[in-house]
Design a protein around this ligand. Sequence first.
Ligand code: AGP
Length: 613
Amino acid sequence: MCGIVGYVGDKQALEVVVDGLRRLEYRGYDSAGVSILGPDGLQVERKAGKLANLEKAITDRQGAEHDLRGTLGIGHTRWATHGPPTDGNAHPHVDCAGDVAVVHNGTIENFEVLVRDLEDRGHQRRSDTDTEVVAHLVEERYDGDLAATVRSICKDLEGSFVLVVSHKSEPDLVVAARRNLPLVIGLGDGENFVGSDVTAFIAHTRQARAVEQDQVVEVRRAGVTVTDLDGAVVEGESYHVDWDTAAAEKGGYEFFMLKEIEEQPAAIRETLGGRMQEDGLLHLDELSMSDEDIRDIEQVVIIACGSSYHSGLVGKYAIERWCRLPVQVEMASEFRYRDPVVGRSTLVIAISQSGETADTLEALRHARSQKARVLAVTNTVGSTVSRESDAVFYTRGGPEVAVASTKAVMAQLAAMYVVGLYLAQVRGTRDTDEVRAHLRDLLDMPDLVQEVLDRMDVVRELALTLKDEERVLFLGRHVGYPMALEGALKLKELAYIGAEGFPAGEIKHGPIALIEQGTPVVVIAPRHALQAKLVNNVQEVRARGARTIVIATDGDESITPYADDIIRIPDAKSLLTPLLTLVPMQVLSAEIARARGLDVDQPRNLAKSVTVE
Ligand code: AGP
């Protein structure tokens, strides 16, 4: 997620804003910029790369005519989603006249329509970003009241966003607005702030106020006014931030992983955002594959490592179900050594959060040498995997700091469903009504994931009873099987517990010998056609002394009699249940690791990106 700072006060804004951006660096970014409103009007400086590049550009300007003097400023650290990390795509973005500056976090899903209309009306677009449309819309609609202008524009935007806007004609006003993504106000004495989190301003004030959904904030030296989109003032409580900076970077959570687990509904929304057109069907230009190319695909091979491999396994079920295409999912580190049979009619999907995993890179290079077409699914714009593939589907999970992947995996799952549906839509193996119906089900998932997150206290208590275990088994069927693998991987990498995941039907072919009195067995058992078989498997392990911990759908009592512990999730289409069953296992592993006093964010022996084979 991008980092945002806004300031109005008596200090030189440049110093305040750049310091705020420096404190937001932990969020991960690939470009940064500031705009300052002062005696020389609205001045902007922005640079690709790290903050040091921006600071050098600012230093080079000092003493020049436009050296960024002024007491109103906004700043941004960008994690690229629309458009590569270049100087031109860095925020702030300005209008044609350079009177308006805008920074933005999120995805404006209808930006293509807005851009087309603006260009038809003569506006000159100068970046690849969705953000820029806001600057031009302000230019068009501004009538002397910036707050009213922003409120009007927000009503026409679709998607998730935090916007912070300044206008040359209002040197004492910064206007901010939010939908779905976090924004917080900093209340000072003769100065006020907005930020993507309190880290942006707690060096200056610890009095804060959260901004709620579809609210617009007017930030002035003398004070702050919050309204709804109709301009009605909304009263709200401020609170004292007693976190230290380190805690503030984690949003008050003890570990980044816990924060990133909570960001998963947004990760799904952002990944789905902007990929559906007005007719309710998918629109994936980024695949840069013609309909004919897609119809010519005869097999799909998914290559990945670790958790990304598990996402690929779920993708297999979805693509085979919807597209009737054979799908193989390969451990990237093994793929090229078995001289795989791939060629022009093969679509290879390389899944990698970092986009820098050596095993995955070497596998996709091999696939391309065999003339296969490679689609990258990655969370990192401009990564090596994205640059060496024929096409890229960016998950928009935002930067993931914790080594154990959570929201990136969630975004990868969403990506697998979207890619699978798009292939089915183009190949005609699902009619348009079916595609629309599946997409509607997908759009419901962020709220259902939030519902699961809201129920996790039962898992936190459960974790305390498991913290001394040395062996835990995970069982699942169908798309529950990849989740069993992922649950086991999380427990291994976070709590260093000997955990293994199996297809539930496999347990009796050997692994059941591992069961002793009290051996914890986590069973992923959302409502499914195979439920009766799964109940049998649970009975088999329970009869041998296992402690069964069952993830089950609300209202499904078929497995309850055999569950020692039960974790309820809301009902959902069975193919989409990994988006829900993943969460309790993430929380369970993180909480067991915490109970063991381990470093949840930086587990031993592990790196966030494995850039060696
Ligand atoms: C996930 O929790 C692990 N940290 C690890 O398995 C990771 O998924 C794997 O190394 C692949 O990384 P990538 O997605 O960046 O390629």
